[in-house]
Write a protein that binds this ligand. Structure first.
Ligand code: TYM
Length: 335
C-alpha cells in the first residue's frame, strides 16, 4: 500500500497539525510505502516572502524529522523539486470543473482574506493537491478533517480522468482519505468554535509544536471552557470536548477512558493540568531533537534532494502513461 500526504511550509506548525497529521505520517512509515511532501508550490498561492518561504521550508523539514520521519523508511521531499506535480496539475485541469473550484470552502475563505491579489493559483490549488497524490498512484492520504473537501475533489478528478482516458484501466488510483477518529479537528483554545490554525486563530489559543513547556502551560491553563464542572464531551461544551480529545491523543487513551478517569476530578483546573502534562510530554522529544537537526541546512537539503530523486522515479512513470493516454507528446512505441 502506498501512502501520500502533503503539508505547507508556512507558519509555525501547531498542535492541530501534529495531532491531525504529523503523528499519522510517523505511523504510516510502518504501514506501507510512505511519501511526504512539503508543498512549497501551494504556499505561493497567497501573499508570501520568498526568503521566508525558504527558511520555513527548512524549519518544517527539521520539525518532521524531529517528530520521527525517517528518510530510510519514507520519502520526504519538496514539491517544487519534482516537476511532474506541476505538469500533472495542468493536465488534470482539463478534467476539473471550474464551478466546483469556485465553490471550494478554502478558496472562498482565503480569497476574502487576500488584500491585494486573489491569484489564479489559489483557485487551482486543489488540482495541484490532486496531482500531488495521483502522480504516485497512492492509496491512502492521512489528513485532518479540514482536508475532506479537497480529498473528495481529488477522487472525482481521478474518476473523471479514468472515465475519459482510462479505456477501462484504473490509470489513476482513486485514493482514500485517512482522517483520525480522535483529533481530526483540534480547536483554538481561546475560541473552540474555530479550528486551531496558523492563519485564522488566536496566538494565545494556538499551541505550537516547539513551544516551551511554560508557554504550553499558560495557553492550556487559560483555555476557554464553560461554567459547568462536568468533564464530558457534548455539543454545548466545545472547549472541554477539545481538551478531552487532546488529552486522549496525548496520553494514548480513548476519549471515553479519559472521561472515566476524570470522573472524580475537582473541576476543569485538574483537567487542564492533566492536558498540559500530557502535551508537554508528547512534544518534548520533538523540541529536543529539533535544534540540532535545524542547524545543519546542508543535511536537510541532502534529505530533500534524495527524497525528490526517489519521488521523481515514481511520478515519471505515471506521467508517461497520463501523457500517452491524453494524446500529449509522441506516441510510445509498442515494445
Ligand atoms: P496544511 O499544511 O494546512 O495542514 C497540514 C495537515 O494538518 C492538518 N490540520 C489539522 N488537523 C487537526 N486539527 C487542526 N486544527 C488542523 N489544522 C491542520 C491538515 O488537515 C493537514 O492534514 N492542502 C494541504 C496540504 C497538501 C496536501 C496535499 C495534503 C498539499 N498537497 C496532498 C494531502 C495530500 C494543507 O494545506 O495542509
Amino acid at each position: 500500500m502506498r501512502i501520500f500526504s502533503g503539508i505547507q511550509p508556512t507558519g509555525t506548525k501547531h498542535l492541530g497539525n501534529y495531532i491531525g497529521a504529523i503523528r499519522q505520517y510517523v505511523v504510516g512509515q510502518d504501514r506501507g510505502e510512505a511519501l511526504y511532501c512539503i508543498v512549497d508550490l501551494h504556499a505561493i498561492t497567497v501573499a508570501y516572502d520568498p526568503a521566508e518561504l525558504r527558511k520555513s521550508l527548512y524549519d518544517l523539514t527539521a520539525l518532521l524529522l524531529a517528530a520521527g520521519l525517517d528518510p530510510q523508511r519514507c520519502i520526504l521531499f519538496r514539491q517544487g523539486d519534482v516537476a511532474e506535480h506541476s505538469e500533472l496539475c495542468w493536465l488534470l485541469c482539463s478534467v476539473t470543473e471550474l464551478g466546483r473550484l469556485q465553490r471550494m470552502h478554502q478558496f472562498r475563505d482565503k480569497s476574502v482574506q487576500q488584500r491585494e491579489l486573489v491569484s489564479a493559483g489559489l483557485l487551482v490549488y486543489p488540482v495541484l493537491q490532486a496531482a500531488d497524490v495521483l502522480a504516485y498512484r497512492a492509496h491512502e492520504v492521512p489528513v485532518g478533517e479540514d482536508q475532506r473537501e479537497h480529498l473528495e475533489l481529488m477522487r472525482d478528478v481521478a474518476r473523471r480522468f479514468n472515465a475519459r482516458f482510462g479505456d477501462g484501466d484504473e490509470v489513476l488510483i482513486v485514493p482514500e482519505h485517512r482522517i483520525p477518529e480522535v483529533g481530526a479537528r483540534i480547536m483554538d483554545l481561546q475560541d473552540p468554535t474555530r479550528k486551531m490554525s496558523t492563519t485564522g486563530g488566536s496566538e494565545q489559543g494556538t499551541v505550537y509544536v516547539l513551544d516551551e513547556p511554560a508557554s504550553i502551560a499558560k495557553k492550556i491553563g487559560s483555555a476557554v471552557t464553560d461554567s459547568g464542572r462536568e468533564i464530558v464531551r457534548s455539543p454545548g461544551k466545545q472547549g472541554v470536548s477539545n481538551l478531552i480529545e487532546i488529552l486522549a491523543v496525548a496520553s494514548d487513551r480513548s476519549p471515553e477512558q479519559v472521561e472515566a478517569d476524570m470522573a472524580q476530578a475537582r473541576g476543569y483546573g485538574e483537567l487542564k493540568k492533566a492536558v498540559t502534562e500530557a502535551v508537554v510530554e508528547m512534544l518534548a522529544p520533538v523540541s529536543e531533537r529539533y535544534a540540532e537537526l535545524r542547524a545543519d541546512e546542508q543535511a536537510l537539503e541532502d534529505v530533500l534532494a534524495s527524497g525528490a530523486a526517489r519521488a521523481r522515479e515514481i511520478a515519471f512513470q505515471t506521467l508517461a502513461t497520463v501523457r500517452e493516454r491524453m494524446g500529449v507528446g509522441p506516441a510510445r512505441r509498442a515494445e
